[in-house]
Design a protein around this ligand. Structure first.
Ligand code: HEC
Length: 172
C-alpha cells in the first residue's frame, strides 16, 4: 500500500511542474544592490562544529600516531593513495569550514561581539588545514602530525574565547 501511495505522490508531482522547481523557487536571490549571494546559514555554528568540523578533524588528527604495545611501537600513518587522499579531503573540508565560519549568520549565532577577531580565528584554522593539505601532497607524515597540532591549537584558541559566553563577565 505504501508503494502505491508513493507512486501516487510522484505522479501528482509530475503533474504539478512546481515540484521540479521547488528548490529554485525557495532559493533566495542575490542582494540586488551588492550582488552578495544569499548564503543558507540554517546549519548553525554548533551544528557545523558537530557535523562537519569535528568529524573531519578526527580523520586528520588520527591519521598519524605512534601506538606503543607489548609488541613494540606501531607507527600509524596513511600509506595508500586512498588513505592520503582521504586525509587531504577532510583537511580541505576543514579549510573550507573556516570560510563558512566567517559567514554572517555563523558569528552571530554564537553571540560574537568582535567579528574581526572571530574571523581571524576562523582563518587560522583554515591556514593550519592548508598546512595539512600540503603535507598530504608530499606524503609527509611528520609535517601532517605538526599541522594537526597547529589545527588543534586553533580549535582551543577559539573555544577558549567563544564557547563560554554564558557568563560574559567571567571571561577575560
Ligand atoms: C572560529 C571559532 C571556532 C573554531 C576555529 C573552532 N570552533 Fe568549535 N566551537 C565554536 C563555538 C562558538 C562553539 C559553540 C557553539 C554553540 O554551542 O553555539 C563550538 C563548539 C564546538 C563543539 C561542540 C558542539 C556541540 O554540539 O556542542 C565541538 C565538538 C567543536 N566545537 C569542535 C571543534 C574542533 C574540533 C575545532 C578545530 C578543528 C573547532 N571546533 C574549531 C567555535 C570554534
Amino acid at each position: 500500500m505504501r508503494t502505491t501511495t508513493r507512486a501516487a505522490l510522484l505522479a501528482s508531482c509530475v503533474l504539478q511542474a512546481a515540484c521540479n522547481n521547488h528548490s529554485a523557487a525557495v532559493a533566495p536571490s542575490p542582494d540586488p544592490v551588492t550582488g552578495t549571494p544569499a548564503f543558507d546559514t540554517s546549519i548553525d555554528t554548533r551544528q557545523l562544529m558537530s557535523w562537519m568540523i569535528d568529524p573531519s578533524s578526527k580523520v586528520v588528527f588520527g591519521a598519524v600516531a605512534s601506538i606503543v604495545t607489548e609488541q613494540g611501537e606501531e607507527n600509524v600513518q596513511p600509506r595508500t593513495d586512498d588513505e592520503w587522499n582521504n586525509v587531504r579531503n577532510n583537511a580541505v573540508t576543514m579549510l573550507e569550514a573556516g570560510n563558512l565560519l566567517m559567514l554572517e549568520g555563523r558569528s552571530r549565532s554564537s553571540q560574537v561581539q568582535d567579528v574581526t577577531d572571530w574571523n581571524a580565528k576562523a582563518r587560522a584554522m583554515s591556514a593550519a588545514a592548508r598546512s595539512a593539505i600540503e603535507a598530504t601532497e608530499v606524503k609527509d607524515p611528520e609535517a601532517l602530525f605538526a599541522a594537526s597540532g597547529d589545527i588543534y591549537q586553533t580549535c582551543t584558541d577559539c573555544h577558549a574565547k567563544y564557547i563560554f559566553t554564558a557568563t560574559p563577565d567571567a571571561k577575560q
